[in-house]
Write a protein that binds this ligand. Structure first.
Ligand code: C5P
Length: 493
């Protein structure tokens, strides 16, 4: 029988579980009641401080670990950071020494490995991450969990939430019901890149757990927004633009009229994709396919892209779509309300309702940010950039992603965004379309190497299509030149 890579990864996670339980003095046999009876002093467990990233994958990771610790009766505290910068690592060192805490880093840590080792040594912390390590030839240390060491891609096959989920499941098989949170995290990192928005690799197995535990069902439908009014969804959210109708709501209305699909119901409310009957959906799909091939010269893959998987959550009413939940979390994290997102995932209905309101604010901020970004795009030889002092550093990543994935003209080169950060630093977010990644582009590697070369204090990092950094503002010009050159070299190879 051929061994699947996940076996080695799971064995490694099991070893890390033992290391973790030993480090916090966890002893299942001793509980308070028993020790009171026998007049023994209980063996108190160390408390844990979880540090996690602020995006959707980071918040899902934090919620999974928090849930698992709560169930195991291990006390914990939780902090969410934009990135694990060196200044925080110095503070965490103090915390370990003064308060005897154990630290779990989720969705970051791999990129800061050298610094963590130098500052914290090799004990009292655990990294649960999925970012590409700098040196894959070195064996991972006992405090480090990362799928790349076991031949599993952290970019497409498992997210940080997935890694946290496997760890939680190893701690206690009952945590299998947390698998849906791992799927929400993976969707946040856009890992459903298989055919029809499906999952591949470890994510596929995690999805099976979520289906078996009744937390997720998978539905297939047209790949346009299911919640926007139908004519708006068709005008703006088709997976590939159709120049004859895209971006023009009036033309879409005429197109729907020609198909005898009503845009409003009998109460004069605008209909969404979810309100269409099966036969209306079939008619619409057929018409979109012929519009694509007959009038818009689409490639043969176009029809396939019009249908996608939807991951339907059973226990986050009124949110049912896992992708929507993921966006909600991203909004909470980036607007500065990560605890609302995490509590929502942990079943707090009031938080979920507040998070929905925050998401509406976030959408408005993003729309305004996109307009500013578009007005300020600069073209270089191999990259595009934007900067505006009114775009908040916490949302440039999201804006950069939306632009690269929705504007055909921005798919040709990577987009590098800059926003003001603290103390004369700039936050950098870099994104590239999949086609460029297939041609060999690796933005995580480029930013990491350039920041190392420029001796920038905070390590940069990320994945091939999405990476980030923090650079001194005065280095902006030279940084752009370096990235421009590095992208050209990578793509010409
Ligand atoms: O910050 P931003 O959203 O642009 O980051 C894109 C990706 O790069 C994320 O996965 C983030 O965790 C990662 N990143 C990193 N090291 C940094 C900055 C970002 O690994 N210094």
């Amino acid at each position: 029988m051929t061994k699947i890579p996940l076996d080695d990864f799971l064995n490694a996670i099991d070893e890390r579980k033992d290391y973790f339980l030993k480090s916090i003095n966890y002893n299942k046999k001793i509980d308070l009641k028993e020790s009171e009876n026998s007049k023994e002093f209980p063996d108190f467990k160390k408390s844990v401080h979880i540090y996690s990233h602020l995006d959707s994958d980071g918040l899902s990771s934090a919620a999974i670990i928090a849930y698992a610790l709560k169930r195991a009766d291990i006390s914990y505290q939780l902090s969410v950071l934009p990135q694990l910068e060196t200044k925080y690592i110095k503070e965490i060192k103090e915390e370990i020494i003064s308060y005897n805490r154990f630290i779990i880093f989720s969705d970051f840590g791999t990129g800061q490995l050298k610094f963590l080792k130098n500052e914290l040594g090799s004990n009292n912390y655990l990294i649960l991450d999925h970012h590409q390590p700098e040196n894959l030839k070195e064996l991972p240390d006992i405090f480090h969990v990362n799928p790349y060491y076991y031949g599993i891609s952290g970019e497409s096959e498992i997210s940080a939430a997935g890694v946290c989920y496997l760890f939680a499941k190893t701690l206690d098989p009952k945590n299998k019901d947390l698998s849906s949170l791992a799927i929400i995290g993976a969707l946040g990192d856009m890992q459903n890149k298989g055919d029809k928005g499906s999952f591949i690799g470890s994510n596929k197995l995690i999805l099976e757990d979520a289906i078996h535990t009744g937390k997720i069902t998978v539905e297939r439908d047209l790949s346009i927004s299911r919640y926007q009014p139908l004519y708006i969804a068709l005008a703006y959210s088709l997976p590939e633009k159709l120049p004859t109708i895209s971006g023009n709501e009036e033309k879409v209305k005429l197109f729907l009229k020609s198909l005898q699909i009503k845009i409003k119901n009998e109460w004069n409310e605008r209909r969404t994709l979810l309100n269409l009957s099966t036969s209306e959906k079939k008619t619409l799909l057929k018409a979109l396919i012929s519009e694509g091939y007959e009038k818009n010269n689409k490639s043969k893959e176009f029809a396939g892209k019009l249908i996608t998987n939807y991951y339907i959550l059973s226990n986050f009413d009124p949110i049912s779509d896992a992708r929507e939940m993921s966006k909600l979390l991203n909004a909470c994290g980036r607007l500065g309300f990560p605890s609302l997102g995490i509590s929502s995932l942990m079943g707090d209905k009031k938080s979920l309702l507040k998070a929905i309101e925050k998401n509406k604010i976030f959408k408005r901020e993003i729309s305004a940010g996109i307009r500013l970004a578009e007005e300020n795009i600069r073209n270089y030889n191999s990259i595009n950039t934007f900067y505006h002092n009114n775009i908040n550093e916490k949302i440039i990543g999201t804006i950069c992603s939306i632009l690269v994935h929705s504007r055909e003209e921005l798919k040709i080169k990577p987009l590098i965004a800059f926003a003001d950060s603290d103390n004369h630093f700039l936050k950098v977010s870099a994104r590239a379309d999949r086609e460029l990644i297939n041609k060999g582009l690796n933005l995580g590697q480029i930013l990491r190497e350039i920041c190392q070369k420029m001796e920038i204090i905070n390590p940069a990092g990320g994945h091939p299509p999405a990476a980030g950094a923090k650079i001194p503002s005065m280095n902006l010009k030279i940084f752009i030149e370096e990235v421009d050159k590095a992208v050209e070299i990578q793509l010409s190879n």
